[in-house]
Ligand binder design. Structure first.
Ligand SMILES: [Zn+2]
Length: 251
C-alpha cells in the first residue's frame, strides 16, 4: 500500500495541494495500535473532513492534491523525523499503547514506509514544476477540533504563516471579508518545530504558500465540505491574483 494518494490534475495553474493528516489507515503489521475505532475516528487520528475538502478542491481548481493516507497516530507527517511528537505516546488524553517504547528500528520503519515516500512525492512534484518553469503556490490543508482541553475555539478557519506572510495576509482579508471569524496563526502558529511540510517544501524553496485550518464541525458533512470547496475554489485564485498584482509574481 502506497503511503499517499494523488488526486485532481495539473492544468498549469499555480496551486499544489498537500494534506498531511487526511488519512486513517494503519499498516497491517501494527494492528490497531491498541486504540479503539471510536478513538481513532476522533481528531487525534486524522484531520476530520479534510479529505473531502481536498479532493473536491483538486477537482474544482483544478490542481494536484498529494494526500497522506495513514493515520497521524502511526507517524505525524507534519513533523520532522525524530521530533518528540512525530510518533505520539498520548494524544488529547488518549494513550496510544502501540507507540510506547519503540526501538530505533521500529521508528525508522515508519519513517521509511510512510513519512519519506509522501514527502519524496511532494519533492518530486515541486522539482518537476520548477524544471518546466511553472510557478508554485503550496496549499497545506488541515482541520482542527472545535474544542481543545475545554476551550471552545471561536474561529471557523485559521491561516498559518511564518517567514513569508504576504499571501497569508491577503487570504485572511478575503476570508474575513466573507464575514468569517478567521484566526491569524490561530489555533496554531506555524513554526519550524511544530510544522514540517511548509518549512521543508515552501519556505526552504522560497515558494509562496498558505497553510489553512478549517474547523472540523463545519466540514463533517458532505454539504459542509462542498461549501468550503466552493469558497476556497473562488478565494484561492482571487488571493493569488492579488498577490501577483502586488508583488509582481507571474500568474
Ligand atoms: Zn492537520
Amino acid at each position: 500500500m502506497e503511503s499517499f494518494c494523488v488526486y485532481g490534475r495539473d492544468e498549469g495553474g499555480p496551486f499544489l495541494l498537500v494534506s498531511d493528516h487526511a488519512g486513517q489507515a494503519i499498516p497491517d503489521t501494527l494492528g490497531d495500535l491498541g486504540v479503539s475505532a471510536e478513538e481513532r475516528a476522533r481528531h487525534i487520528g486524522w484531520d476530520i473532513g479534510i479529505d473531502g475538502v481536498g479532493q473536491g478542491l483538486a477537482e474544482a481548481l483544478p490542481a494536484l492534491l498529494i494526500e497522506q493516507v495513514f493515520s497521524r497516530l502511526v507517524i505525524d507527517c507534519n513533523r520532522a523525523p525524530g521530533h518528540p511528537t512525530s510518533i505520539v505516546r498520548e494524544s488529547d488524553g488518549t494513550a496510544v499503547p502501540g507507540n510506547q517504547s519503540l526501538c530505533a528500528q521500529q521508528s525508522s520503519w515508519r519513517e521509511q514506509a510512510i513519512l519519506h515516500p509522501y514527502h519524496e512525492r511532494i519533492r518530486a512534484e515541486l522539482d518537476a514544476r520548477q524544471a518546466r518553469g511553472q510557478v508554485t503556490c503550496l496549499i497545506a490543508l488541515h482541520s482542527f477540533t472545535p474544542v481543545m482541553r475545554g476551550y471552545v475555539r471561536p474561529w471557523q478557519a485559521g491561516i498559518l504563516h511564518n517567514r513569508d506572510s504576504r499571501l497569508a495576509h491577503i487570504m485572511l482579508d478575503l476570508l474575513r471579508g466573507e464575514g468569517l471569524c478567521v484566526g491569524d496563526n490561530e489555533p496554531y502558529a506555524l513554526t519550524d518545530t511544530s510544522d514540517y511540510t511548509v518549512p521543508e517544501h515552501a519556505e526552504r524553496r522560497g515558494l509562496p504558500y498558505i497553510e489553512i485550518e478549517i474547523r472540523q464541525d463545519l466540514i463533517t458533512s458532505v454539504a459542509g465540505q462542498e461549501e468550503w470547496v466552493a469558497r476556497l475554489a473562488r478565494l484561492l485564485p482571487a488571493a493569488w491574483r492579488i498577490f501577483c498584482e502586488t508583488y509582481g509574481e507571474r500568474s
